[in-house]
Design a protein around this ligand. Structure first.
Ligand code: ATP
Ligand code: FE2
Length: 335
């Protein structure tokens, strides 16, 4: 049942390899969450090929999301879209579609920051109110917490994302995609830990030297299982170290793991242990909301719309480098 002051929003996600559409209310009711992920036949993600995939599936994903939600377009209060950060050609598909729907239906267009959406769906799904957030995916590695109207960054990667580091390693050594579960599977039969570059600089981590070194060790003939284990241990411990400092610094009582790599039991265990030592609670977002999805854009868009956030269609261009600290989150102020 919808409440009179609730708003219902359709949200479009197309920042990287997933095209998704969700329908959600500002009270946190997720009515549908339909996602289609482009998997390249070989090599990494090619932005233009992914964008082509998104264009192909877009209309059927929208229709399916409406059908599953039992909602028709006229019942919506607004159209939300992830304008960034992300890959230009991919973002353009979602943005074009959102602008067209907004114009056609004469409904507000709501800009959503993809990173903020990962946090909001994580808060909704776990029930955490004010967590320290660890957002880890193929494209992002971010430690963030709410402070004075915005999500502030308390640590990030200086080069490639943690998920990307493991995905590229997996691909280069002949393991499949997604790389993280593949590498975690292999690592189960480890025998010996191999020292790899552990790079923490202040509150930031660096993963590219780690990737290069891990690949070199495999080429030198070290056991793949040992390198998989050592790579994960090194990368995850670097992340836990900076998260721990951020936790002490911010004095938050909850630690939330979100983003594609939130499906990792191994990383969850490590963060949980660390949080426990500081008397903080730990939760990871559930798998269906961990990877990129339309529902998180719809829900965050609904929160934004309720607080009057909307833009003119002519201002609905993509924002490939949109940083999380630039985004105001007025819905957190009233808490
Ligand atoms: P973003 O745009 O937020 O950077 P993304 O494009 O990387 O996201 P996601 O679906 O959020 O997409 O995350 C993909 C990452 O999740 C990859 O690094 C992949 O290896 C990892 N992943 C996928 N499945 C699992 C799993 N079962 N366990 C752990 N990690 C996983
Ligand atoms: Fe994402």
């Amino acid at each position: 049942m919808r409440h009179y002051d609730d708003v219902l929003v359709l949200g479009i996600e197309s920042t990287a390899h997933t095209f998704g559409v969700g329908i959600a209310s500002s009270k946190g009711l997720i009515l549908s969450n339909i996602n289609s992920t482009y998997v390249p036949s070989k090599g990494g993600i090619h932005p233009r090929e992914a964008a082509e995939h998104h264009s192909k599936v877009a209309s059927q994903v929208v229709l399916k999301a409406l059908e599953v939600a039992h909602v028709n377009l006229e019942e919506l209060d607004g159209i939300a879209v992830a304008l960034g950060p992300g890959l230009g050609p991919c973002l353009r598909v979602g943005a074009t579609l959102a602008r067209a729907l907004s114009l056609m239906l004469n409904k507000p267009l709501i800009p959503v920051n993809h990173a903020v959406a990962h946090i909001e769906i994580g808060r909704l799904d776990t029930g955490f109110k004010d967590p320290l957030v660890v957002y880890v995916s193929g494209g992002n590695t971010l430690i963030a917490a709410f402070n004075e109207g915005r999500y502030r960054v308390f640590g990030e990667t200086l080069d490639i994302a943690l998920g990307n580091c493991i995905d590229v390693f997996a691909r280069k050594v002949g393991l499949g995609f997604p790389g993280v579960p593949e590498v975690e599977g292999k690592a189960l039969s480890w025998k010996e830990f191999v020292k790899l570059p552990y790079t923490v600089k202040g509150q930031d981590i660096s993963c590219s030297g780690l990737l290069t070194a891990a690949l070199r060790k495999v080429n030198e003939g070290r056991r793949l299982e040992d390198i998989c284990f050592s790579l994960l241990e090194t990368a995850y411990c670097m992340l836990v170290e900076v998260t721990e400092r951020a936790l002490v610094h911010t004095s938050k009582r909850e630690v939330l793991l979100t983003g594609g790599v939130a499906r990792s039991k191994l990383l969850s265990e490590k963060l949980k242990l660390m949080a426990k030592e500081h008397g903080a609670k730990f939760k990871a977002v559930r798998a269906e909301y961990a990877g990129d999805n339309g529902a998180m854009i719809a829900y965050t868009g609904a929160l934004a719309l309720k607080h009057g956030i909307m833009i003119k269609v002519k201002d609905g261009g993509i924002r490939p480098r949109w940083r999380i600290e630039e985004v105001e989150v007025p819905w957190r102020r009233e808490e």
